[in-house]
Write a protein that binds this ligand. Structure first.
Ligand SMILES: Nc1ncnc2c1ncn2[C@@H]1O[C@H](COP(=O)(O)OP(=O)(O)OP(=O)(O)O)[C@@H](O)[C@H]1O
Ligand SMILES: [Mg+2]
Length: 509
């Protein structure tokens, strides 16, 4: 609506796109215009239809209505492979790579280069590796392409996913939440690559819930709300509050309601206390106290040992040194089920690997942990499960037609909320949250933080792990910082982002 005309030629034009899943109208009359040499951000709340638009465009789902033009030719991609042949390349929200194949195999899976006529069946390994190396060089990545993909950090895997999507005559590159599992340096690196590809004339579409990323990179923004097209904007004409308002359809005011109670005094008996707790190769022995009514923020870079510490506390991994006490009594956890029985809960960061059970309904997914807490002899009836699921769908604003939908049909952010609901349903005494707002939209992030504060006010002990320092700073009563798999120190609640970043980096105070 406000976007100025631009000199850059239009590469891809979508008009009046519609898509329905049963009773859910996921897209209605949506427009999108991508131009060569531009980065375009697709914005909207969880469930707004961003991933669906991408999937319709790339032939994952058939489209119900509308027109898609690539240059002057109608796009008729029946499969993602067709789209790729047309030059539309996509890294989906759920990255589908094989960690146990080599980097080169991942890049060429499904279309390995082969030796000519005679040996048409023989894979040209040498050529494959050379081509893979050349592709990665385009992304400034120089790695051993014969090594197994899973042995590289997530950021590298992400680059490999991009490289995989890039071969052929790429005109359009689409990335659905590419940065949600990257740390700051890795995001910077990815953005460097995207800028380079933009300069090479590619039209890039990307989805992100991080507004600062959008303002850093995007030349243009399209906003969706409830499956409908709101408008196309230039970032210079749309500041962050206006962008959020466009996404949620009303004025947005950052909540002031969530007031920190201030650290529980040291005299309050800790609920859980660790002394010299450690595990070789994962976490150096450390002391940590978690008190009822207190949010302890756990900051640190990816790989600093945050998740590993959470796993020790929750009994997912066994400590090989130190002790753990719950309400003063020694606690020896040998499984997460035991932890759940003791009133501990942990919402993991990787919702796909450790979280959702894709073919169960939302209701069943939410009831899972509570059922484990009750044990097999006290079965949670369908009726009680329904009440529970409905309560959390309402409380956390999970966007779902009803609780009986398979959870896999929820949007990414709404799956994350359902996972949080699963652990809240157990009414734990201690809740460990590992990156609970990853993939969650701005408005919902605020709701979730308010909810955590509210539960803490009611006496819950919370361990809040996040890579986002503003969240840590705003939410925590006390902050523990991890660096290189050891505890670097503690900071009082309300410490500035700079103070936390300094401790993470090891800068003396
Ligand atoms: N395969 C499916 N079957 C039924 N409904 C679906 C399916 N895929 C998506 N939906 C619904 O379509 C709507 C849009 O979902 P979509 O995944 O596009 O949202 P999104 O904007 O990508 O959200 P997020 O930011 O959480 O990733 C949601 O209501 C979702 O539940
Ligand atoms: Mg999505």
């Amino acid at each position: 609506m406000t976007a100025a005309s631009s000199a850059n030629p239009v590469v891809l034009q979508l008009t009046g796109i519609g898509k329905r899943f049963g009773p859910v109208q996921a897209l209605r009359n949506v427009n999108l215009t991508l131009r060569a040499g531009e980065v375009h951000a697709l914005m909207g709340q969880n469930g707004a239809g961003k991933s669906t638009l991408i999937k319709v465009l790339t032939g994952v789902y058939p489209v119900d209505a509308g027109e898609m033009l690539l240059g002057d030719t109608p796009v008729a991609a029946a499969t993602p492979r067709d789209a790729q042949t047309l030059g539309i390349n996509t890294v989906y929200q759920e990255v589908n790579l094989c960690p146990n194949l080599s980097v080169a195999e991942n890049i060429f899976a499904g279309h390995y280069p082969r030796h000519g006529a005679k040996g048409a069946w023989r894979i040209a390994w040498r050529r494959m590796q050379d081509d893979a190396r050349a592709l990665l060089a385009r992304l400034n990545l120089d790695i051993d392409v014969s090594r197994v993909l899973g042995s590289f950090p997530v950021a590298v895997q992400q680059m490999v996913a991009i490289a995989r999507s890039l071969h052929g005559q790429s005109k359009v590159l689409i990335l659905d939440e590419p940065t949600s599992s990257l740390d700051r340096d890795e995001v910077a690196r990815l953005f460097g690559v995207l800028r380079q590809l933009r300069a090479q004339g590619l039209a890039i579409l990307f989805v992100s819930h991080f507004l600062d990323e959008v303002y850093e990179l995007a030349d243009r923004i399209t906003v969706l709300r409830n499956g409908e097209y709101v408008g196309e904007y230039l970032p210079a004409n749309l500041d962050a509050p206006a962008l959020i308002s466009a996404m949620i359809g009303r004025a947005f005011t950052a909540s002031t309601g969530a007031v920190r109670a201030g650290a529980a005094p040291n005299t309050v008996e800790p609920l859980l206390s660790a002394r010299g707790l450690g595990r070789k190769g994962a976490v150096q022995p450390l002391d940590l106290d978690l008190r009822p009514g207190e949010v302890l923020g756990l900051a640190g870079l990816l790989g600093s040992g945050r998740t590993e510490l959470a796993r020790l506390l929750f009994g997912l991994d066994k400590a090989d040194s130190g002790t753990l006490k719950l309400r003063g009594e020694t606690l020896a956890l040998s499984s997460p089920t035991q932890a759940v029985r003791h009133g501990l809960a942990m919402c993991p960061e990787d919702r796909k690997a450790e979280g959702i059970v894709a073919d169960l309904s939302i209701r069943e997914n939410i009831a899972l942990a509570l059922q484990a807490r009750l044990g097999i002899w006290r079965c949670l009836g369908t009726r009680r499960q329904q009440v529970l699921a409905d309560k959390f769908i309402q409380q956390l604003g999970i966007k779902a037609a009803d609780a009986e939908m398979p959870i896999s049909q929820l949007s990414g952010g709404n799956q994350q909320k359902a996972l949080l609901a699963r652990w809240l349903a157990t009414e734990p005494a201690l809740l460990i949250l590992d990156e609970p707002t990853r993939g969650i939209d701005v408005a919902a992030k605020q709701d979730i933080m308010d909810k955590i504060r509210m539960l803490a006010a009611e006496g819950l002990a919370v361990l809040f792990i996040s890579a986002e320092l503003d969240e840590i700073s705003r939410l925590s009563d006390r902050i523990a910082v991890m660096r290189d798999r050891r505890k670097a120190g503690e900071l009082p609640g309300g410490s500035s982002e700079v103070a936390i970043a300094d401790m993470i980096a090891g800068v003396p105070a």
